[in-house]
Design a protein around this ligand. Structure first.
Ligand code: AR6
Length: 175
C-alpha cells in the first residue's frame, strides 16, 4: 500500500518487536482479560501507571478513540490502547466505531514517528464482533487510511490469535 507493507501473522502480539502494538482495551483503561490482560501481564506495572495518569487527566478512553503509553518490559516501544465497540447486532454504529479505532491508532502512530505497528483483532473476543465482519473493516480502513494520509508507518501487522481470523486476513490480503 504505497510505501507501507501490510502483513498478517499468527501468534501472541506481546512478543513482537515492533515500534507499537495496539491493545484492545476498555473505557476504563485499567486492564481486563484477553489481549489487554496479556499486555499488562507481560509489560509490567509501568503501562498501568501511565494508563492511570491518562485516566486522571481525561477520564478514560471513549469507544473508537486511542491513547498511547510506554510498552514497559515488552519488546515494543509503545502500546496504543484503543477501545473497540461491543457488538450489538451491527446497527448501533459498530462498523464506524471499529474503523475509527484503526484510524486513531494510525494517527497516534504518525505523531510518535512509529514505523511498524501491530494490531490485534479488536472487538472480536469478549466484545463479540463477528470475526469476518471485523476483519473486513480492519483491512479496508487501514488500506484507505494509508492511501489518504502521509505516514511514518512502513509496516502494518495484523496479528491473529486464532486460525479462523488468520485465514480470513490471508484471504482479504490476497494470499
Ligand atoms: N495476542 C494477540 N491477540 C490476542 C491475544 C494475544 N496475546 N490474546 C487474545 N487475543 P479481546 P475485545 C485476541 O477479548 O473483544 C478485555 O477484557 C483474541 O483472540 O482481547 O476488544 C478488555 O479489557 C481476539 O481475537 O478484546 C475489554 O474489556 C482479540 O484478541 C475487552 O476485553 C480481541 O479479543 C475488549 O474486548
Amino acid at each position: 500500500m504505497g510505501k507501507t507493507v501490510i502483513e498478517v501473522q499468527k501468534g501472541d502480539i506481546t512478543k513482537l518487536a515492533v515500534d507499537a502494538i495496539v491493545n484492545a482495551a476498555n473505557n476504563s483503561l485499567l486492564g481486563g482479560g484477553g489481549v489487554d490482560g496479556a499486555i499488562h501481564r507481560a509489560g509490567g506495572p509501568d503501562i498501568l501507571e501511565e494508563c492511570r495518569q491518562i485516566r486522571a487527566r481525561q477520564g478514560g478512553c471513549p469507544t473508537g478513540e486511542a491513547v498511547i503509553t510506554t510498552a514497559g518490559r515488552l519488546p515494543a516501544k509503545y502500546v496504543i490502547h484503543t477501545v473497540g465497540p461491543v457488538w450489538q447486532g451491527g446497527q448501533k454504529g459498530e462498523p464506524e466505531l471499529l474503523a475509527s479505532c484503526y484510524r486513531n491508532c494510525l494517527k497516534l502512530a504518525k505523531e510518535h514517528n512509529v514505523e511498524s505497528i501491530a494490531f490485534p483483532n479488536i472487538s472480536t473476543g469478549v466484545y463479540g464482533y463477528p470475526k469476518d465482519k471485523a476483519a473486513m473493516v480492519a483491512v479496508e480502513t487501514v488500506k484507505l487510511y494509508l492511501q489518504e494520509h502521509e505516514t511514518s508507518v512502513k509496516q502494518v501487522v495484523f496479528v491473529c490469535f486464532d486460525e479462523e481470523s488468520y485465514r480470513l486476513y490471508q484471504q482479504l490480503l490476497g494470499r
